[in-house]
Design a protein around this ligand. Structure first.
Ligand code: GDP
Ligand code: IMO
Ligand code: MG
Length: 423
């Protein structure tokens, strides 16, 4: 039995989709455990490109995929994604949805956009998919869960009850319970056969010695507790999210794979210590196609930050790393690595808790020579130019973590194993 978690270890968009797809051939079940369609996971193979938001990136393996209880699911977006896959010849028959997952309804998206407007220049830069407001309802104990949603009578009752509360809370917004019910009951009927207690399915899988792959969305720095709060998402993207987000215990996680860009990106607002914006940043943005999958916003660019990735290693007990988009750094004369921050004259190795202090942190850099050779066809660590090898080794040293694999292009084939995850 093995439980492998794929953890975004920076601010998201590290390449989780690619690694999940790559590893899914070895897994029996692939599970998403948090977040919703704020995620955008890209997968490329056989000349085809896919972008998934809700469905686990293991769907191409044909194995069972689960949308577990920690997720917030927009039913309309889910059905659209299923149709998109079906139209491209990918079966979605193996999807199961937790009866405990919370449902994102149109009022969540309206509230998300409204709150962003109210925040004005301090807006978070959310994806406006209703993620925060849906998790708020979960913890306020007024959310509608999949199990209720697919029971037409219960769904209607709960919707009326919740919207009565929302109208008092947001008198500026117009919510139409009848219109939502009439549209969404159709989606509920479509999804009903897939809804079940997925924790039982996972437990049975572990009992039978199967391998389960957990696909995180977002990244550690967007974690609700340990991210750059309040510029975060509303869930736990790391390995800590797996247990609460799936209903199985933490002991079932045997391997924790940190997904790490060879540099750093961030989309949306908030502090970003190693950010830079010059012609090199521009070059990296274009070479790495660094534009958001969901919102198409240009991603902000920064150097590799060992403080950030060490935090991910701590929080998710990383057992190894996947270093992604290494090819994007090809051609640079020198590459900077942030090894610590300087704050009030002292070197620190953890992120301060307040935005004010994070913004005052000065990255401590070391510089390494770059490489010019095309590495997109490299098939082994040994084939890499010596400076690329040194760069990977230095990252491993600074993060105190071995490298499982590195990636030299978006295609499934452009993946190089350094140490097998499951021997
Ligand atoms: P995720 O949200 O973590 O799944 O990452 P995204 O899919 O949002 O963003 C990663 C982007 O990098 C996607 O466009 C991938 O196709 C692409 N990508 C992944 N690995 C590599 C790589 O090694 N090299 C290059 N050039 N692109 C990559
Ligand atoms: P994947 O899974 C990058 C960011 C948003 C915003 C903040 C809060 O593709 O890595 P939210 O809509 O979640 O309330 O927005 O989080 N964000 C992401 N950034 N990749 C993601 O997902 C993200 N999901 C949310 O830009 O700054
Ligand atoms: Mg993404």
């Amino acid at each position: 039995m093995a439980g492998i978690v794929v953890v975004g270890s920076q601010w998201g968009d590290e390449g989780k989709g690619k690694v999940t797809d790559y590893l899914s051939s070895k897994a029996d079940i692939v599970v998403r455990y948090q977040g919703g369609n704020n995620a955008g996971h890209s997968i490329e193979f056989g000349g085809k490109k896919f972008a998934l938001k809700l469905i686990p990136s293991g769907v191409f393996s044909g194995h069972q995929v689960i949308l577990a209880n920690g997720m917030v699911i927009n039913p309309k977006a889910l059905i659209e994604e299923m149709h998109y896959l079906n139209e491209n010849g990918v079966s979605t028959d193996q999807i199961l949805i937790s009866d405990r997952a919370h449902v994102i309804l149109p009022y969540h998206m309206e509230i998300d956009a409204f709150q962003e407007t109210l925040r004005g220049k301090n807006n978070i830069g959310t994806t406006k998919k209703g993620i925060g407001p849906c998790y708020v309802d979960k913890y306020a104990r007024i959310g509608i869960r999949m199990g209720e949603f697919v029971d037409e009578t219960l769904f209607y009752e709960r919707l009326k009850e919740v919207l009565a509360l929302k109208k008092r809370e947001y008198p500026e917004l117009a919510f139409d319970a009848e219109a939502i019910f009439n549209e969404y009951k159709e989606y509920a009927a479509f999804l009903k056969p897939m809804v079940c207690d997925t924790a039982i399915v996972l437990d049975e899988a572990f009992q039978e010695g199967k391998t389960v792959l957990f696909e995180g969305a977002q990244g550690t720095m967007l974690d609700i507790d340990y991210g750059t709060y309040p510029f975060v998402t509303s869930s736990h993207p790391g390995a800590t999210g797996v247990s609460e987000g799936t209903g199985i215990g933490p002991i079932n996680i045997t391997h924790s794979v940190g997904i790490i860009k060879a540099y750093t990106t961030r989309v949306g607002a908030g502090p970003f210590p190693t950010e830079f914006d010059d012609e090199i940043a521009h070059h990296i943005r274009e070479a790495g196609h660094e534009y958001g999958t969901v919102t198409k916003r240009p991603r902000r660019i920064g150097w590799f930050d060992a403080v950030v990735v060490n935090q991910s290693r701590r929080m998710s007990s990383l057992t190894g790393m996947a270093i992604m988009l290494l090819d994007v750094l090809t051609g640079l004369d020198t590459i900077k690595i942030c090894t610590a921050y300087r704050l009030d004259g002292k070197e620190i190795h953890g992120l301060p808790s307040t935005v004010k202090d994070i913004e005052r942190c000065e990255p401590v850099y070391e510089e390494m020579p770059g490489w010019k050779e095309d590495i997109t066809h490299v098939k082994s660590f040994e084939e890499l130019p010596v400076n690329a090898k040194n760069y990977l080794n230095r990252i491993s040293e600074l993060v105190h973590c071995p490298i499982y694999l590195f990636s030299v292009g978006p295609d499934r084939e452009q993946t190089v194993i350094v140490n097998e995850i499951m021997k």
